[in-house]
Design a protein around this ligand. Structure first.
Ligand code: ADP
Length: 516
Protein backbone atom coordinates (compact mmCIF):
# COMPACT_ATOMS: atom_id res chain seq x y z
CA UNK A 1 0.00 0.00 0.00
CA UNK A 2 1.05 3.49 -0.45
CA UNK A 3 2.48 4.69 2.81
CA UNK A 4 3.11 8.13 1.40
CA UNK A 5 0.29 9.46 3.55
CA UNK A 6 1.29 9.14 7.14
CA UNK A 7 -1.71 8.60 9.39
CA UNK A 8 0.17 9.14 12.60
CA UNK A 9 -0.19 12.93 12.53
CA UNK A 10 -3.73 13.71 11.47
CA UNK A 11 -4.38 17.11 9.93
CA UNK A 12 -6.46 19.48 12.00
CA UNK A 13 -9.84 20.20 10.38
CA UNK A 14 -10.50 23.85 9.68
CA UNK A 15 -14.06 24.14 11.00
CA UNK A 16 -15.55 24.56 14.44
CA UNK A 17 -18.37 22.32 15.54
CA UNK A 18 -21.10 24.83 16.32
CA UNK A 19 -24.23 22.70 16.32
CA UNK A 20 -24.49 19.77 18.72
CA UNK A 21 -27.99 20.11 20.15
CA UNK A 22 -31.25 18.64 18.90
CA UNK A 23 -33.30 20.69 16.46
CA UNK A 24 -36.90 20.80 17.68
CA UNK A 25 -39.51 23.29 16.54
CA UNK A 26 -36.95 25.56 14.89
CA UNK A 27 -34.67 25.78 17.94
CA UNK A 28 -31.48 24.02 18.94
CA UNK A 29 -32.16 22.50 22.36
CA UNK A 30 -30.61 20.10 24.84
CA UNK A 31 -32.13 16.67 25.24
CA UNK A 32 -34.84 16.27 27.88
CA UNK A 33 -32.51 14.07 29.93
CA UNK A 34 -29.63 16.51 29.54
CA UNK A 35 -27.49 13.59 28.34
CA UNK A 36 -24.91 13.78 25.59
CA UNK A 37 -22.78 11.25 23.75
CA UNK A 38 -19.43 11.72 22.10
CA UNK A 39 -18.95 11.52 18.36
CA UNK A 40 -15.51 10.20 17.39
CA UNK A 41 -12.86 11.01 14.83
CA UNK A 42 -12.25 7.66 13.12
CA UNK A 43 -8.70 8.74 12.27
CA UNK A 44 -7.74 8.70 15.93
CA UNK A 45 -10.64 7.59 18.10
CA UNK A 46 -10.58 11.04 19.75
CA UNK A 47 -13.78 12.84 20.64
CA UNK A 48 -14.80 15.51 18.12
CA UNK A 49 -17.74 16.83 20.12
CA UNK A 50 -20.38 15.83 22.64
CA UNK A 51 -23.78 15.75 21.06
CA UNK A 52 -27.20 15.91 22.74
CA UNK A 53 -28.59 12.40 23.09
CA UNK A 54 -32.23 12.27 22.09
CA UNK A 55 -34.60 9.65 23.45
CA UNK A 56 -38.34 9.04 23.47
CA UNK A 57 -39.25 12.25 25.27
CA UNK A 58 -37.36 14.28 22.69
CA UNK A 59 -38.96 12.28 19.90
CA UNK A 60 -42.37 13.08 21.42
CA UNK A 61 -41.56 16.77 21.46
CA UNK A 62 -40.24 16.70 17.90
CA UNK A 63 -43.26 14.79 16.61
CA UNK A 64 -45.58 17.25 18.35
CA UNK A 65 -43.78 20.15 16.65
CA UNK A 66 -43.93 18.42 13.27
CA UNK A 67 -47.62 17.60 13.82
CA UNK A 68 -48.42 21.20 14.59
CA UNK A 69 -46.45 22.48 11.58
CA UNK A 70 -48.41 20.06 9.43
CA UNK A 71 -51.90 20.39 10.87
CA UNK A 72 -51.90 24.10 11.54
CA UNK A 73 -49.45 25.05 8.85
CA UNK A 74 -47.74 26.86 7.46
CA UNK A 75 -45.92 24.12 5.57
CA UNK A 76 -48.57 22.17 3.65
CA UNK A 77 -50.65 25.32 3.35
CA UNK A 78 -47.94 27.35 1.66
CA UNK A 79 -48.08 27.47 -2.08
CA UNK A 80 -46.01 24.77 -3.69
CA UNK A 81 -43.99 27.51 -5.32
CA UNK A 82 -43.05 28.97 -1.92
CA UNK A 83 -41.96 25.54 -0.69
CA UNK A 84 -39.94 25.09 -3.83
CA UNK A 85 -38.22 28.44 -3.30
CA UNK A 86 -37.21 27.54 0.25
CA UNK A 87 -35.68 24.30 -1.00
CA UNK A 88 -33.82 26.24 -3.70
CA UNK A 89 -32.57 28.82 -1.22
CA UNK A 90 -31.35 25.99 0.99
CA UNK A 91 -29.51 24.46 -1.98
CA UNK A 92 -27.82 27.81 -2.66
CA UNK A 93 -26.72 28.15 0.97
CA UNK A 94 -25.41 24.61 1.02
CA UNK A 95 -23.46 25.27 -2.15
CA UNK A 96 -21.96 28.33 -0.50
CA UNK A 97 -20.95 26.33 2.58
CA UNK A 98 -19.84 23.28 0.60
CA UNK A 99 -16.35 23.11 2.10
CA UNK A 100 -17.40 23.47 5.74
CA UNK A 101 -20.03 20.76 5.37
CA UNK A 102 -17.59 18.48 3.54
CA UNK A 103 -15.08 19.02 6.33
CA UNK A 104 -17.58 17.97 8.99
CA UNK A 105 -18.55 14.96 6.90
CA UNK A 106 -14.96 13.80 6.56
CA UNK A 107 -14.16 14.43 10.19
CA UNK A 108 -17.14 12.50 11.50
CA UNK A 109 -17.21 9.73 8.92
CA UNK A 110 -13.62 9.31 7.68
CA UNK A 111 -14.36 9.54 3.96
CA UNK A 112 -11.82 11.33 1.73
CA UNK A 113 -12.37 15.07 1.85
CA UNK A 114 -12.04 15.35 -1.92
CA UNK A 115 -14.88 12.86 -2.33
CA UNK A 116 -17.10 14.74 0.12
CA UNK A 117 -16.29 18.20 -1.24
CA UNK A 118 -16.25 17.47 -4.97
CA UNK A 119 -18.78 14.68 -5.33
CA UNK A 120 -21.11 14.20 -2.41
CA UNK A 121 -22.05 17.67 -1.21
CA UNK A 122 -22.55 18.87 -4.82
CA UNK A 123 -24.77 15.80 -5.32
CA UNK A 124 -26.79 16.81 -2.28
CA UNK A 125 -27.20 20.32 -3.69
CA UNK A 126 -28.30 18.89 -7.03
CA UNK A 127 -30.69 16.56 -5.25
CA UNK A 128 -32.47 19.37 -3.43
CA UNK A 129 -32.76 21.36 -6.65
CA UNK A 130 -34.21 18.35 -8.40
CA UNK A 131 -36.97 17.92 -5.80
CA UNK A 132 -37.50 21.67 -5.49
CA UNK A 133 -38.43 21.41 -9.15
CA UNK A 134 -41.04 18.77 -8.36
CA UNK A 135 -42.71 20.70 -5.53
CA UNK A 136 -44.99 22.67 -7.84
CA UNK A 137 -45.45 19.90 -10.38
CA UNK A 138 -47.22 17.38 -8.20
CA UNK A 139 -50.73 17.04 -9.47
CA UNK A 140 -53.46 14.49 -9.40
CA UNK A 141 -55.66 12.93 -12.06
CA UNK A 142 -59.19 12.79 -13.19
CA UNK A 143 -60.36 9.33 -14.14
CA UNK A 144 -63.33 8.04 -16.08
CA UNK A 145 -65.75 5.99 -14.00
CA UNK A 146 -68.95 4.17 -14.81
CA UNK A 147 -72.01 6.28 -14.11
CA UNK A 148 -72.52 10.00 -13.88
CA UNK A 149 -69.62 10.91 -11.64
CA UNK A 150 -66.80 13.34 -11.68
CA UNK A 151 -63.79 11.56 -10.16
CA UNK A 152 -60.68 13.42 -9.06
CA UNK A 153 -57.61 11.78 -7.63
CA UNK A 154 -55.76 14.09 -5.25
CA UNK A 155 -52.13 13.51 -4.25
CA UNK A 156 -51.66 14.78 -0.72
CA UNK A 157 -48.75 14.76 1.70
CA UNK A 158 -48.85 12.02 4.35
CA UNK A 159 -48.27 14.27 7.34
CA UNK A 160 -45.42 13.68 9.75
CA UNK A 161 -42.63 11.60 8.22
CA UNK A 162 -40.21 9.78 10.53
CA UNK A 163 -36.85 9.19 8.89
CA UNK A 164 -33.88 7.15 10.11
CA UNK A 165 -30.56 7.29 8.29
CA UNK A 166 -27.18 5.50 8.42
CA UNK A 167 -23.60 6.73 8.70
CA UNK A 168 -22.03 5.76 5.37
CA UNK A 169 -23.25 8.83 3.44
CA UNK A 170 -24.63 10.99 6.23
CA UNK A 171 -25.66 14.01 4.22
CA UNK A 172 -26.57 12.23 1.01
CA UNK A 173 -28.92 9.97 2.95
CA UNK A 174 -30.31 13.06 4.65
CA UNK A 175 -31.02 14.50 1.20
CA UNK A 176 -32.66 11.34 -0.14
CA UNK A 177 -35.05 11.43 2.77
CA UNK A 178 -35.66 15.12 3.38
CA UNK A 179 -35.89 16.55 -0.15
CA UNK A 180 -38.83 14.50 -1.49
CA UNK A 181 -40.70 14.59 1.82
CA UNK A 182 -40.56 18.38 1.97
CA UNK A 183 -41.29 18.83 -1.73
CA UNK A 184 -44.51 16.88 -1.22
CA UNK A 185 -45.50 19.04 1.77
CA UNK A 186 -44.78 16.66 4.66
CA UNK A 187 -43.12 17.64 7.92
CA UNK A 188 -40.22 15.62 9.30
CA UNK A 189 -38.58 14.13 12.36
CA UNK A 190 -35.24 12.71 11.27
CA UNK A 191 -32.86 10.63 13.36
CA UNK A 192 -29.26 10.67 12.26
CA UNK A 193 -26.86 7.78 12.81
CA UNK A 194 -25.08 7.85 16.17
CA UNK A 195 -21.69 7.64 14.43
CA UNK A 196 -22.24 10.73 12.27
CA UNK A 197 -24.57 13.36 13.73
CA UNK A 198 -22.67 16.53 12.77
CA UNK A 199 -23.36 17.42 9.14
CA UNK A 200 -27.16 17.22 9.43
CA UNK A 201 -27.13 19.64 12.38
CA UNK A 202 -24.99 22.08 10.44
CA UNK A 203 -27.27 22.06 7.41
CA UNK A 204 -30.34 22.30 9.65
CA UNK A 205 -29.08 25.77 10.51
CA UNK A 206 -28.92 26.54 6.78
CA UNK A 207 -32.51 25.37 6.41
CA UNK A 208 -33.62 27.84 9.07
CA UNK A 209 -31.68 30.55 7.28
CA UNK A 210 -33.43 29.62 4.05
CA UNK A 211 -36.77 30.34 5.71
CA UNK A 212 -38.01 26.87 6.64
CA UNK A 213 -40.75 27.43 9.23
CA UNK A 214 -40.27 26.00 12.76
CA UNK A 215 -41.29 22.37 13.24
CA UNK A 216 -41.12 21.45 9.57
CA UNK A 217 -37.77 19.69 9.97
CA UNK A 218 -36.75 18.34 13.38
CA UNK A 219 -33.47 16.53 13.92
CA UNK A 220 -32.74 14.06 16.68
CA UNK A 221 -29.25 12.73 17.34
CA UNK A 222 -29.27 9.51 19.30
CA UNK A 223 -29.11 5.75 19.32
CA UNK A 224 -31.19 3.28 17.35
CA UNK A 225 -32.77 1.14 20.06
CA UNK A 226 -33.86 4.25 21.97
CA UNK A 227 -34.53 7.30 19.78
CA UNK A 228 -34.84 5.27 16.56
CA UNK A 229 -37.25 2.79 18.11
CA UNK A 230 -39.30 5.60 19.67
CA UNK A 231 -39.70 7.21 16.26
CA UNK A 232 -40.55 3.92 14.53
CA UNK A 233 -43.24 3.08 17.05
CA UNK A 234 -44.66 6.56 17.48
CA UNK A 235 -48.44 6.69 17.16
CA UNK A 236 -48.41 10.12 15.61
CA UNK A 237 -45.86 9.49 12.86
CA UNK A 238 -47.72 8.92 9.61
CA UNK A 239 -44.97 7.47 7.48
CA UNK A 240 -41.55 5.96 8.15
CA UNK A 241 -38.50 5.84 5.89
CA UNK A 242 -35.43 3.88 6.93
CA UNK A 243 -32.02 3.21 5.46
CA UNK A 244 -29.71 0.76 7.21
CA UNK A 245 -29.10 -2.93 7.69
CA UNK A 246 -31.64 -5.60 6.80
CA UNK A 247 -31.71 -6.77 10.44
CA UNK A 248 -32.62 -3.31 11.73
CA UNK A 249 -35.05 -2.86 8.83
CA UNK A 250 -36.99 -5.86 10.12
CA UNK A 251 -37.09 -4.33 13.58
CA UNK A 252 -38.42 -0.95 12.44
CA UNK A 253 -41.00 -2.63 10.22
CA UNK A 254 -42.23 -4.61 13.23
CA UNK A 255 -42.32 -1.50 15.39
CA UNK A 256 -44.30 0.33 12.72
CA UNK A 257 -46.72 -2.57 12.41
CA UNK A 258 -47.17 -3.00 16.16
CA UNK A 259 -47.89 0.69 16.69
CA UNK A 260 -50.04 2.48 14.14
CA UNK A 261 -49.26 0.47 10.99
CA UNK A 262 -47.55 3.44 9.37
CA UNK A 263 -46.31 2.65 5.87
CA UNK A 264 -42.56 2.05 5.72
CA UNK A 265 -39.99 2.53 2.97
CA UNK A 266 -36.85 0.49 3.48
CA UNK A 267 -33.42 0.76 1.86
CA UNK A 268 -31.46 -2.16 3.24
CA UNK A 269 -28.37 -4.24 2.70
CA UNK A 270 -26.95 -5.79 -0.42
CA UNK A 271 -24.50 -8.32 -1.79
CA UNK A 272 -24.40 -7.07 -5.31
CA UNK A 273 -22.83 -9.12 -8.09
CA UNK A 274 -20.42 -7.45 -10.49
CA UNK A 275 -20.16 -9.67 -13.55
CA UNK A 276 -17.13 -9.47 -15.81
CA UNK A 277 -17.90 -11.26 -19.05
CA UNK A 278 -15.56 -13.16 -21.32
CA UNK A 279 -15.27 -10.37 -23.90
CA UNK A 280 -14.41 -7.64 -21.41
CA UNK A 281 -11.37 -5.39 -21.65
CA UNK A 282 -9.69 -6.81 -18.56
CA UNK A 283 -7.90 -3.64 -17.54
CA UNK A 284 -11.06 -1.52 -17.62
CA UNK A 285 -13.15 -4.24 -16.02
CA UNK A 286 -10.72 -4.56 -13.12
CA UNK A 287 -10.73 -0.81 -12.60
CA UNK A 288 -14.51 -0.61 -12.52
CA UNK A 289 -14.84 -3.67 -10.29
CA UNK A 290 -12.31 -2.09 -7.93
CA UNK A 291 -14.30 1.14 -7.83
CA UNK A 292 -17.58 -0.78 -7.40
CA UNK A 293 -16.27 -2.37 -4.23
CA UNK A 294 -13.74 0.01 -2.69
CA UNK A 295 -15.56 3.31 -3.18
CA UNK A 296 -16.31 4.98 0.19
CA UNK A 297 -14.14 2.49 2.14
CA UNK A 298 -16.35 -0.32 0.83
CA UNK A 299 -19.28 1.10 2.77
CA UNK A 300 -22.00 1.21 0.16
CA UNK A 301 -25.18 -0.82 0.45
CA UNK A 302 -24.92 -1.45 -3.29
CA UNK A 303 -21.17 -2.26 -3.31
CA UNK A 304 -20.20 -4.81 -5.97
CA UNK A 305 -19.15 -7.27 -3.31
CA UNK A 306 -19.26 -10.44 -5.39
CA UNK A 307 -16.95 -9.99 -8.35
CA UNK A 308 -17.80 -12.80 -10.80
CA UNK A 309 -15.14 -13.20 -13.50
CA UNK A 310 -15.32 -15.45 -16.54
CA UNK A 311 -12.86 -18.32 -16.27
CA UNK A 312 -11.07 -17.43 -19.50
CA UNK A 313 -9.90 -14.04 -18.21
CA UNK A 314 -9.87 -14.87 -14.52
CA UNK A 315 -6.09 -15.09 -13.93
CA UNK A 316 -5.38 -11.92 -15.85
CA UNK A 317 -8.16 -10.09 -14.02
CA UNK A 318 -6.91 -11.26 -10.64
CA UNK A 319 -3.45 -9.81 -11.22
CA UNK A 320 -4.93 -6.44 -12.12
CA UNK A 321 -7.42 -6.43 -9.23
CA UNK A 322 -4.62 -7.24 -6.82
CA UNK A 323 -2.37 -4.49 -8.19
CA UNK A 324 -5.15 -1.93 -7.87
CA UNK A 325 -5.74 -2.86 -4.23
CA UNK A 326 -2.01 -2.79 -3.45
CA UNK A 327 -1.71 0.67 -4.99
CA UNK A 328 -4.80 2.13 -3.37
CA UNK A 329 -3.77 5.18 -1.40
CA UNK A 330 -4.90 4.83 2.21
CA UNK A 331 -4.41 7.60 4.74
CA UNK A 332 -5.68 10.68 6.48
CA UNK A 333 -8.81 11.54 4.50
CA UNK A 334 -8.04 15.25 4.79
CA UNK A 335 -4.85 14.83 2.72
CA UNK A 336 -4.96 15.39 -1.01
CA UNK A 337 -4.92 12.30 -3.19
CA UNK A 338 -6.20 9.94 -0.51
CA UNK A 339 -8.50 7.25 -1.87
CA UNK A 340 -9.40 5.48 1.34
CA UNK A 341 -9.84 6.76 4.89
CA UNK A 342 -10.72 4.95 8.11
CA UNK A 343 -13.95 3.09 8.87
CA UNK A 344 -16.30 4.87 11.31
CA UNK A 345 -16.14 3.57 14.82
CA UNK A 346 -18.32 3.65 17.88
CA UNK A 347 -16.14 2.61 20.79
CA UNK A 348 -17.92 0.15 23.09
CA UNK A 349 -17.41 2.15 26.30
CA UNK A 350 -19.21 5.08 24.75
CA UNK A 351 -22.24 2.94 24.25
CA UNK A 352 -22.77 3.07 27.98
CA UNK A 353 -24.42 6.38 27.31
CA UNK A 354 -27.18 4.62 25.38
CA UNK A 355 -30.06 4.84 27.85
CA UNK A 356 -31.42 1.31 27.58
CA UNK A 357 -28.39 -0.89 28.09
CA UNK A 358 -30.39 -4.09 27.59
CA UNK A 359 -30.62 -3.09 23.94
CA UNK A 360 -26.91 -2.58 23.46
CA UNK A 361 -26.23 -5.95 21.91
CA UNK A 362 -28.56 -4.99 19.10
CA UNK A 363 -26.32 -2.15 18.10
CA UNK A 364 -23.82 -3.10 15.52
CA UNK A 365 -20.97 -1.39 17.27
CA UNK A 366 -17.66 -2.11 15.80
CA UNK A 367 -17.67 -1.79 12.06
CA UNK A 368 -13.90 -2.01 12.01
CA UNK A 369 -13.80 -5.18 14.15
CA UNK A 370 -16.57 -6.69 12.09
CA UNK A 371 -14.62 -6.25 8.86
CA UNK A 372 -11.50 -7.84 10.35
CA UNK A 373 -13.67 -10.71 11.62
CA UNK A 374 -15.02 -11.32 8.12
CA UNK A 375 -11.50 -11.30 6.74
CA UNK A 376 -10.45 -14.01 9.23
CA UNK A 377 -13.58 -15.96 8.30
CA UNK A 378 -12.61 -15.73 4.64
CA UNK A 379 -9.16 -17.15 5.37
CA UNK A 380 -10.58 -19.89 7.59
CA UNK A 381 -13.12 -20.93 4.99
CA UNK A 382 -10.38 -21.50 2.41
CA UNK A 383 -10.54 -18.42 0.19
CA UNK A 384 -7.14 -17.19 -1.02
CA UNK A 385 -6.05 -13.94 0.57
CA UNK A 386 -4.29 -12.19 -2.33
CA UNK A 387 -3.45 -8.97 -0.54
CA UNK A 388 -4.34 -7.00 2.57
CA UNK A 389 -6.22 -8.63 5.40
CA UNK A 390 -5.09 -6.53 8.34
CA UNK A 391 -5.46 -3.27 10.08
CA UNK A 392 -3.61 -0.47 8.28
CA UNK A 393 -1.21 1.38 10.57
CA UNK A 394 -1.62 1.44 14.32
CA UNK A 395 -3.66 4.60 14.82
CA UNK A 396 -7.34 5.02 14.01
CA UNK A 397 -9.58 2.55 12.26
CA UNK A 398 -8.03 1.91 8.88
CA UNK A 399 -8.31 -1.44 7.09
CA UNK A 400 -5.92 -2.58 4.35
CA UNK A 401 -7.55 -2.90 0.94
CA UNK A 402 -8.14 -6.62 0.80
CA UNK A 403 -8.68 -9.02 -2.09
CA UNK A 404 -9.81 -12.63 -1.84
CA UNK A 405 -9.72 -14.96 -4.82
CA UNK A 406 -11.04 -18.49 -5.12
CA UNK A 407 -14.18 -17.45 -3.25
CA UNK A 408 -16.99 -20.01 -3.29
CA UNK A 409 -20.70 -19.21 -3.20
CA UNK A 410 -21.33 -20.85 0.15
CA UNK A 411 -18.59 -18.98 2.03
CA UNK A 412 -19.88 -16.36 4.45
CA UNK A 413 -17.77 -13.67 2.78
CA UNK A 414 -19.76 -14.34 -0.40
CA UNK A 415 -23.11 -14.35 1.36
CA UNK A 416 -23.09 -11.65 4.01
CA UNK A 417 -22.63 -7.93 3.74
CA UNK A 418 -19.11 -7.01 4.97
CA UNK A 419 -19.44 -3.26 4.39
CA UNK A 420 -15.70 -2.76 4.15
CA UNK A 421 -12.77 -2.74 1.70
CA UNK A 422 -12.82 -6.47 1.01
CA UNK A 423 -13.19 -7.72 -2.56
CA UNK A 424 -14.32 -11.30 -3.15
CA UNK A 425 -13.52 -12.71 -6.58
CA UNK A 426 -15.43 -15.73 -7.90
CA UNK A 427 -14.95 -17.64 -11.14
CA UNK A 428 -17.79 -18.52 -13.56
CA UNK A 429 -18.14 -20.59 -16.71
CA UNK A 430 -21.20 -19.44 -18.63
CA UNK A 431 -24.04 -16.96 -18.49
CA UNK A 432 -26.65 -19.40 -17.22
CA UNK A 433 -24.32 -20.37 -14.41
CA UNK A 434 -23.56 -16.79 -13.39
CA UNK A 435 -27.20 -15.65 -13.53
CA UNK A 436 -28.25 -18.46 -11.21
CA UNK A 437 -25.40 -17.79 -8.79
CA UNK A 438 -25.75 -14.00 -8.88
CA UNK A 439 -29.43 -14.35 -8.00
CA UNK A 440 -28.83 -16.89 -5.23
CA UNK A 441 -28.88 -14.34 -2.45
CA UNK A 442 -31.46 -12.91 -0.11
CA UNK A 443 -30.48 -9.48 -1.36
CA UNK A 444 -31.37 -7.70 -4.60
CA UNK A 445 -30.19 -4.13 -4.43
CA UNK A 446 -27.89 -3.71 -7.42
CA UNK A 447 -25.77 -5.52 -9.99
CA UNK A 448 -22.98 -4.61 -12.37
CA UNK A 449 -22.41 -6.07 -15.80
CA UNK A 450 -19.24 -5.59 -17.82
CA UNK A 451 -19.39 -6.59 -21.46
CA UNK A 452 -19.19 -5.18 -24.99
CA UNK A 453 -21.74 -7.67 -26.26
CA UNK A 454 -25.25 -6.24 -26.46
CA UNK A 455 -26.90 -9.66 -26.37
CA UNK A 456 -25.01 -10.59 -23.23
CA UNK A 457 -25.91 -7.26 -21.65
CA UNK A 458 -29.58 -7.70 -22.52
CA UNK A 459 -29.67 -11.25 -21.24
CA UNK A 460 -28.10 -10.27 -17.93
CA UNK A 461 -30.05 -7.07 -17.31
CA UNK A 462 -33.32 -8.96 -17.79
CA UNK A 463 -32.32 -11.92 -15.67
CA UNK A 464 -30.74 -10.21 -12.68
CA UNK A 465 -33.14 -9.71 -9.78
CA UNK A 466 -31.98 -6.32 -8.55
CA UNK A 467 -33.33 -2.79 -8.27
CA UNK A 468 -30.47 -1.32 -10.31
CA UNK A 469 -28.33 -2.88 -13.02
CA UNK A 470 -25.35 -0.83 -14.09
CA UNK A 471 -23.92 -1.86 -17.46
CA UNK A 472 -20.28 -0.85 -18.03
CA UNK A 473 -20.60 1.68 -15.21
CA UNK A 474 -21.30 1.58 -11.47
CA UNK A 475 -22.58 3.84 -8.70
CA UNK A 476 -24.23 6.32 -11.06
CA UNK A 477 -26.59 8.22 -8.76
CA UNK A 478 -28.39 10.91 -10.70
CA UNK A 479 -31.28 12.42 -8.71
CA UNK A 480 -33.75 11.29 -11.37
CA UNK A 481 -32.81 7.58 -11.26
CA UNK A 482 -34.93 5.49 -8.87
CA UNK A 483 -33.07 3.40 -6.32
CA UNK A 484 -34.25 0.53 -4.15
CA UNK A 485 -34.14 -3.16 -3.59
CA UNK A 486 -35.69 -6.42 -4.66
CA UNK A 487 -36.07 -9.13 -2.03
CA UNK A 488 -34.55 -8.39 1.39
CA UNK A 489 -32.78 -5.27 0.12
CA UNK A 490 -35.83 -3.16 0.72
CA UNK A 491 -39.31 -1.96 0.00
CA UNK A 492 -40.24 0.96 -2.19
CA UNK A 493 -38.04 3.29 -4.19
CA UNK A 494 -36.24 6.53 -3.47
CA UNK A 495 -35.07 9.21 -5.91
CA UNK A 496 -36.63 10.31 -9.13
CA UNK A 497 -40.36 10.43 -9.69
CA UNK A 498 -40.76 7.15 -7.79
CA UNK A 499 -39.43 8.79 -4.64
CA UNK A 500 -42.45 11.10 -4.59
CA UNK A 501 -44.88 8.20 -4.25
CA UNK A 502 -43.47 7.33 -0.85
CA UNK A 503 -44.53 10.71 0.51
CA UNK A 504 -47.94 11.12 -1.10
CA UNK A 505 -51.31 9.78 -0.10
CA UNK A 506 -53.84 9.15 -2.85
CA UNK A 507 -57.35 10.44 -2.27
CA UNK A 508 -60.25 9.67 -4.59
CA UNK A 509 -62.94 12.35 -4.59
CA UNK A 510 -66.22 11.31 -6.20
CA UNK A 511 -68.95 13.84 -7.02
CA UNK A 512 -72.20 13.22 -8.92
CA UNK A 513 -72.32 15.20 -12.14
CA UNK A 514 -75.86 16.24 -11.34
CA UNK A 515 -77.06 16.99 -7.84
CA UNK A 516 -79.37 14.18 -6.71
P1 ADP B 1 -25.44 -0.19 10.58
O1 ADP B 1 -25.27 -1.63 10.91
O2 ADP B 1 -25.04 0.17 9.23
O3 ADP B 1 -24.99 0.77 11.64
P2 ADP B 1 -28.18 0.04 11.38
O4 ADP B 1 -29.28 -0.53 10.58
O5 ADP B 1 -27.91 -0.55 12.70
O6 ADP B 1 -26.98 -0.01 10.41
O7 ADP B 1 -28.34 1.61 11.57
C1 ADP B 1 -29.00 2.45 10.68
C2 ADP B 1 -29.85 3.42 11.46
O8 ADP B 1 -30.82 2.68 12.19
C3 ADP B 1 -29.08 4.24 12.49
O9 ADP B 1 -29.61 5.55 12.52
C4 ADP B 1 -29.39 3.52 13.78
O10 ADP B 1 -29.33 4.33 14.93
C5 ADP B 1 -30.82 3.07 13.54
N1 ADP B 1 -31.24 1.94 14.37
C6 ADP B 1 -30.50 0.94 14.88
N2 ADP B 1 -31.24 0.12 15.63
C7 ADP B 1 -32.51 0.60 15.61
C8 ADP B 1 -33.75 0.19 16.20
N3 ADP B 1 -33.84 -0.87 16.98
N4 ADP B 1 -34.84 0.94 15.94
C9 ADP B 1 -34.78 2.02 15.14
N5 ADP B 1 -33.64 2.45 14.57
C10 ADP B 1 -32.51 1.77 14.79
Amino acid sequence: YSTSAAIEEPLTPSVKVDYTQLLINGKFVDSASGKTFPTLDPRTGNVIAHVAEGDSEDVDRAVAAARKAFDEGPWPKMTAYERSRILLRFADLLEKHNDEVATLETWDNGKPYEQAAKIEIPMVVRFFRYYAGWADKIHGLTVPADGEHHVQILHEPFGVAGQIIPWNFPLLMFAWKVAPALACGNTIVLKTAEQTPLSALYVAKLFLEAGLPPGVLNIISGFGPTAGAALSSHMDVDKLAFTGSTETGKIVLQLAAKSNLKPVTLELGGKSPFIVCEDADVEKAAELAHFALFFNQGQCCCAGSRTFVHERIYDQFLEKAKALAVNRVVGDPFKAGIQQGPQPYLAPPLLASCADTSLLNQIDTEQFEKILRYIRLGVDSGATLETGGERFGSTGYYVQPTVFSNVQDDMLIAKEEIFGPVQSILKFKDLGDVVRRANTTRYGLAAGVFTQNIDTANTLTRALRAGTVWVNCFDVFDAAIPFGGYKMSGQGREKGIYGLNSYLQVKAVVTPLKNP
